[in-house]
Write a protein that binds this ligand. Structure first.
Ligand code: SF4
Ligand code: SF4
Length: 439
C-alpha cells in the first residue's frame, strides 16, 4: 500500500460541479459497450431517430444501446474505442427535438414492480455495472444470484484509482440518487446485508438517518474507509475493510462473490428506474497537466474526447499520453477522436516532457516491486521465470492469483518491466504441458 500523497502530481484537482458538455454536432456511439454481449445494430443509414431510441441490441436483450441524441444515422463504421481496441459504432448527426434533455423529470414510482420486472427494466435501459470490467447489470445480478445464492451488496463511494476522481465526485454531488439506486438494487437482489463504504474524512451522520427508510428491512451499515492509501477500492481491499469494521459479526460473511457497485452504476439505476431514462450520458473528468483546465462533464455517450478537450481550453502543453480511467489502472489510447462510452470515467492527458523513458530494460534487482506489493508476491521472480520459459510451480501460479490488480509494481519498477501484465498472464495458466512443475 502507498499513501496517495505520493501521487500528488497526478491527482486531479477538480472542485466545481459537473457541467453539461456542449452537444456534439455528431456522435459515434460504440455498440460493443462491454465484452459480454455481441450486439447487433437495429437502425439503418439515413434513418431518423430519437434521443433514447434503441440502436443496437443483443440476442438475449440483456443490455440495449440507445442513441444519446436525436438525429439522422450517417454511417456505421469501425472506430477506436476507449479500451484500446477498435469496434463498430453508429455515427449520428445531431438534429431535431430532444425527448429527455430540457424536459421536466417527473419521478415515477417503482416499488410496485417485481424484482424480475426491475431486472428487465435495467436491461432495457442499458444499465451496466462499471465497478470492475463493465458488465450488463441484469447479467451481474442474475449470475450472482444463480451461482452464489445468498450474497451481500456493497457500494464503494470513492474511486478505485485515485487519479480518476469521477466516482468520488458523483458520490459527493449526487448522493441521494446514488443511494436511491442502491435501494432499488437492494429490492431486486435481496441481499443479506448492504455495506456502503465511504471516505472517513466526510460526514455521513445525516445520510444514515435519511436512508434508513430506503433499505426497508435489509440491514445496512456505513463503513468509514481510509482512502488516503492505495489500493483501497478493489474487491479484496473492500472485503478487508468491512471485516475489520464488523469484527466478524456478520449475518452472511462478505466474500469476493458479493455484488459490488460503484456510484456511477447506482446513479444509472436510479435514472433508469425513477425517470425512465436510458443510459445516454456519462460523467467524465478531464484531468492531467496538458489540458487548459480540469473539469467534470456530464457528456453524451458517443461524444469525441476532442470535443470535451475543446471545452477545457484545448491543450496548453504538448500531450504525451492519453489515459482512460486513471493513470494507475487505466488504458492508454492514441486518438482524441475516441468517443465517450458507458465505461468511460476519466481522461488524463499528460505532458510529453514529463514522460519517463518508456523503454523496458533488464531487471536491476532493486527489490522495489517486492517491497510495494500488498500481497507479498515476488513480481521480479515471476516475471523472470515466465520470460525465460522456466517451469512455474503450481504454488507460483496459485499465488499469482492473489494479485490485487493495483499495478504498483509497474509504477515503481525503474526498468519499466510489464510486471502486472505478466502476473495476470501467469494467473490465467491452467494446464500447459511442460509449463507447470508439480513441485
Ligand atoms: S503483483 Fe499485483 S498486487 Fe502486487 S504490486 Fe503488482 S499488481 Fe499489485
Ligand atoms: S522493481 Fe523492477 S528492477 Fe526492481 S527488482 Fe522489481 S522487476 Fe527488478
Amino acid at each position: 500500500m502507498i499513501s496517495i500523497n505520493k501521487l500528488n502530481d497526478v491527482l486531479p484537482k477538480i472542485q466545481q460541479k459537473a457541467v453539461n458538455a456542449w452537444l456534439p454536432p455528431e456522435v459515434h456511439i460504440p455498440i460493443d459497450q462491454d465484452d459480454f454481449c455481441k450486439m447487433n445494430v437495429v437502425v439503418n443509414v439515413g434513418e431518423k431517430i430519437e434521443e433514447g431510441q434503441i440502436i443496437a441490441r443483443d440476442s438475449g436483450a440483456l443490455c440495449n444501446v440507445h442513441s444519446s441524441v436525436p438525429g439522422i444515422v450517417k454511417e456505421i463504421k469501425e472506430i477506436p474505442l476507449p479500451n484500446g481496441k477498435r469496434g463498430t459504432a453508429v455515427s449520428i448527426i445531431t438534429e431535431g427535438g430532444f425527448s429527455f434533455l430540457g424536459k421536466p423529470h417527473k419521478k415515477q414510482p417503482w416499488d410496485f414492480l417485481s424484482g424480475d420486472q426491475l431486472i428487465r427494466l435495467l436491461a432495457d435501459k442499458g444499465v451496466v455495472n462499471t465497478f470492475e470490467k463493465p458488465i450488463p447489470m441484469s447479467v451481474e445480478i442474475a449470475r450472482r444470484k444463480k451461482y452464489f445464492g445468498n450474497c451481500n451488496l456493497i457500494l464503494r463511494l470513492f474511486d478505485e484509482d485515485p487519479t480518476s476522481c469521477t466516482d468520488s465526485f458523483v458520490a459527493k454531488n449526487y448522493l441521494p440518487e446514488v443511494l436511491e439506486g442502491m435501494s432499488i438494487l437492494s429490492t431486486i437482489f435481496a441481499p443479506s446485508s448492504v455495506y456502503v463504504l465511504y471516505d472517513k474524512t466526510t460526514s455521513m451522520d445525516e445520510t444514515v438517518v435519511a436512508v434508513r427508510s430506503l433499505f426497508n428491512t435489509v440491514p445496512f451499515k456505513f463503513v468509514p474507509t481510509d482512502v488516503s492509501k492505495y489500493p483501497q477500492g478493489n474487491r479484496n481491499s473492500l472485503i478487508k475493510v468491512i471485516k475489520n469494521a464488523m469484527n466478524n459479526s456478520f449475518a452472511v460473511p462478505v466474500t469476493t462473490r458479493d455484488l459490488m457497485v460503484d456510484p456511477v452504476s447506482a446513479y444509472s439505476i436510479s435514472e433508469a428506474t425513477t425517470i425512465d431514462q436510458p443510459v445516454i450520458t456519462r460523467f467524465v473528468s478531464i484531468c492531467g497537466d496538458a489540458p487548459g483546465m480540469q473539469k467534470v462533464f456530464k457528456a453524451r455517450i458517443g461524444t469525441p474526447i476532442f470535443n470535451l478537450l475543446q471545452e477545457c481550453g484545448g491543450l496548453v502543453e504538448k500531450p504525451g499520453k492519453i489515459i482512460i480511467n486513471g493513470t494507475l489502472g487505466g488504458k492508454a489510447i492514441h486518438d482524441f477522436a475516441t468517443p465517450v462510452c458507458k465505461s468511460t470515467k476519466s481522461v488524463t492527458i499528460t505532458r510529453r516532457d514529463i514522460l519517463p523513458d518508456a523503454q523496458p530494460c533488464e531487471c536491476v534487482h532493486c527489490g522495489r516491486c517486492r517491497k510495494i506489493c500488498s500481497v507479498q508476491l515476488h513480481p521480479d521472480t515471476l516475471f523472470a521465470k515466465f520470460y525465460k520459459n522456466a517451469q512455474l510451480t503450481k504454488a507460483e501460479i496459485n499465488t499469482s492469483r492473489l494479485c490485487a490488480d493495483c499495478r504498483l509494481c509497474n509504477m515503481v519498477c525503474p526498468s519499466r518491466l510489464p510486471l502486472y501484465q505478466t502476473i495476470k498472464q501467469i494467473s490465467q495458466i491452467t494446464k500447459i504441458e511442460g509449463f507447470i512443475n508439480e513441485e
